[in-house]
Design a protein. Structure first.
Length: 311
């Protein structure tokens, strides 16, 4: 898939972020690892874990967690404005053209492809979490019971039979042959433009609020495998027999220059990310997004509980 150009607002955000970082003291910017993450609860959670682990070993850190959308974060990393980020293996499909799409649906091949391709850019992918934060479609349980909908083939039959569907999702998902476009092709249905509510980011809290409140008649939402809503809300995730979306394993991603300066980071973060399985991330995300706890508090509590940090 051709990598989309950064929207003007995203470009302006990168420029603003660069200016903000430049405003840090010279010593802080020069000597510290700038840690950044996406703006969702999981980005905040994992970013705060990284910050806490680095600080525990006296590695100087500039905390830029909840930095921006995926495009903004990636551009800032490539520009060297941030040094260590949380990203997802399946995102390699957007960073590198001409790859076999099937690669991204395999957890090992997808990680290796992204790691190897990014190595040429001076970007290093560290050990990922085993939790697949893949894209899926979900409906409210009452809607599932009313329609008998349990799977995407059921959704396709409902759409083709004239059923009323409004899907909320990210623009990225809607445009992706391994997302909505691929699902429509594989299952033989097509949603019209007026049946889509598209967001510029993948913030599922916003999507699921709209789903639960039936905003604009929304009755289907994009969700992610580690979403806290799956632990908190009465939702049905529609089965995808063809396994269309890629595998998205969260991982720390660091500039090679920063890793050479602080080589212990790889070993420091490895056991932390290896401990974060699917159910664990769902619960931790739920504590932030739906219980209202801070990402810093939830992340530190987990790290202490697992013995990665002392009380």
């Amino acid at each position: 898939m051709k990598h989309r150009s950064l929207p003007l607002l995203g470009l302006l955000a990168v420029i603003a972020a660069s200016l903000a970082l430049a405003g840090c003291s010279g010593t802080s910017r020069k000597d510290a690892v700038v840690v950044a993450s996406m703006i969702d609860s999981e980005g905040a959670l994992l970013g705060k874990m990284i910050v806490a682990m680095l600080e525990s070993k006296k590695i100087p850190v500039v905390d830029k967690t909840e930095f921006g959308t995926p495009d903004v974060l990636r551009r800032a990393l490539e520009a060297g404005e941030v040094h260590l980020v949380v990203d997802y293996t399946g995102s390699g499909q957007y960073y590198h053209e001409g790859q076999d799409p099937a690669v991204w649906s395999d957890p090992v091949r997808g990680y290796e492809a992204t790691r190897n391709l990014d190595a040429g850019k001076g970007i290093v992918w560290l050990t990922p979490s085993p939790a697949n934060n893949t894209e899926a479609l979900a409906v409210r349980r009452d809607f599932a019971l009313e329609t008998g909908m349990k799977s995407i083939p059921d959704l396709a039959a409902y759409v083709n039979g004239g059923g009323d569907i409004t899907l909320i999702c990210s623009q990225t998902y809607a445009d992706n042959p391994l997302g909505l476009l691929g699902i429509e092709e594989a299952y033989g249905f097509k949603l019209r433009k007026n049946q889509l509510v598209l967001l510029s980011s993948g913030n599922t809290a916003e999507m699921l609020k709209a789903l639960s409140e039936k905003t604009n008649n929304i009755n289907v939402s994009l969700v992610y495998g580690t979403d806290g809503a799956l632990d908190k809300l009465d939702l049905v995730v529609l089965e995808d027999p063809e396994s269309i979306p890629p595998v998205y394993l969260p991982a720390p991603v660091i500039l090679e220059t920063a890793l050479k300066k602080f080589p212990t980071i790889a070993g420091l973060l490895k056991p932390v990310f290896e401990s974060l399985d699917l159910v664990t991330l769902q619960k931790l995300n739920g504590a932030i997004a739906y219980d209202g706890r801070s990402a810093a508090e939830v992340s530190r509590e987990y790290l202490v509980e697992k013995g990665f940090l002392k009380k």
